[in-house]
Design a protein around this ligand. Structure first.
Ligand code: NAD
Ligand code: UD1
Length: 337
């Protein structure tokens, strides 16, 4: 199993995963329509690894293009990252979100079935757990109760994959539920580049540090948590990317099966702890003010990540210090890009 097809290969997680796979000797065939990334990411991946992705520009909804890719390449497994990911936009544009995040996966699975390629890793999210009553969250916790079309699109695809496996258990399907990926590659050449003002905490803090943004709004300090602010499981993007290499190894070893793993560190940090860590590690001041809670936010969300450790032999190695350092390094290097 050598040739891996990555959809959304130029995005935040796709680019870091491409780097890890190339470094491990895999061939990467990539697809992206640049709806949320830039072509220069391909040069950055080459600069980091000295290896090139066989790249196709286009849309995952384009069945003919997918057929062409599968015909021109002997693909062994697929990692599907191509999707829209803004929670706020999804509330205003549900049709666009369901088409891009659900219909596109159906198109992909259909072509995979036709071409008899039956191994896939799918990018899901901790958001499928909704407001879990059990913390830390294990894979056995119930899913559902999503509060926006983005989260629901992930839930739908998980259900589709379950049904597919029920119908044909020769598939090898691995669902990764990511907690909060942050940071960037140590080189500062690839990282998270959200369009416009970031909605997520870490890129927002980084831009306050570089003075591109004036002040962070901390959404609520009246949660039932250690200091009243929201608690999350932040995981370094390079650790997250490495888990995908382990996922591919698992699909190679077990050949078929339905596997679901939380990808987190198992540690929860509050918003104020993140601000403090960022200030200390990078020797900067983060201006912030406490404002109202953000609708849809949960108080506490962190993973029990022991199943991935047990079955994949993977666990996160990089701590808060690296997350803060690498996020800031990337933001500093990419001001005005
Ligand atoms: P991203 O937006 O940085 O990357 C997605 C990439 O897919 C982009 O390069 C975009 O141009 C491309 N793309 C989108 N729709 C496409 C289409 N129809 N055809 C071809 N290319 C398309 O997002 P990311 O952070 O790298 O996330 C990757 C996956 O992980 C997504 O499915 C996302 O929902 C999921 N996820 C992300 C997070 C997170 O915090 N980043 C958390 C949980 C789950
Ligand atoms: C959010 C999404 C989730 C998605 C994930 C992707 C919501 C409700 N959830 O998760 O579906 O999978 O991003 O990365 O949008 N915070 C502030 N000020 C800010 C930004 C965030 O105080 O400007 C706080 C939030 O209230 C939260 C924590 O920081 O307590 C983390 O927020 P964020 O980075 O947006 O991630 P999630 O909300 O966990």
């Amino acid at each position: 199993m050598k040739n891996i097809f990555i959809t959304g290969c130029c995005g935040y997680i796709g680019s870091h995963t491409s780097v890890e796979l190339l470094n491990e000797g895999y061939e990467v065939i990539g697809l992206d329509n640049f709806s949320n990334s830039k072509p220069r990411v391909l040069d950055a991946i080459y600069e980091i690894t000295g290896k090139k992705i066989k790249f196709y520009e286009g849309d995952m909804l384009d069945k003919n293009l997918l057929k062409k890719i599968f015909t021109e390449n002997k693909i062994d497994a697929v990692i599907d990252f191509a999707a829209f990911k803004s929670v706020g936009d999804s509330v205003n544009m549900p049709i666009e979100y369901y088409i891009n995040n659900v219909s596109s996966v159906l198109t992909l699975l259909n072509v995979m079935k036709e071409q008899d390629v039956k191994k896939i890793i799918f990018s899901s999210s901790a958001t499928v757990y909704g407001e879990s009553k059990i913390i830390p969250i294990t894979e056995k916790c119930s899913i559902g109760g999503t509060t926006n079309p983005y989260g629901t699109s992930k839930l739908f695809v998980e259900k589709i994959l379950q049904d597919l496996y029920k119908a044909d258990n020769t598939w090898g399907i691995c669902i990764f539920r990511y907690f909060n990926p942050v940071g960037a590659h140590q080189s500062g050449l690839i990282g998270e580049e959200p369009n416009g003002v970031p909605a997520n905490l870490m890129p927002f803090i980084s831009k306050v540090a570089t003075k591109e943004l004036k002040e962070l709004k901390v959404f609520g300090n009246d949660y039932n948590t250690k200091d009243g602010t929201g608690v999350r499981d932040y995981i370094h993007i390079v650790d997250l990317a490495k888990a995908h290499v382990k996922g591919i190894e698992k699909l190679k070893k077990d050949s078929s099966g339905m596997f679901i793993y939380n990808l987190g560190t198992g540690k929860g940090y509050s918003v104020l702890e993140m601000i403090n860590a960022f200030e200390k590690v990078n020797n900067v001041k983060i201006n912030y003010k406490i404002v109202e809670r953000r609708p849809g936010d949960v108080a506490i969300c962190y993973a029990d990540a022991s199943l991935a450790k047990k079955e994949l032999g993977w666990s996160a190695l990089l701590g808060l210090e690296n997350m803060c350092k690498d996020a800031y390094n990337f933001t500093q290097k990419n001001i005005n890009n």
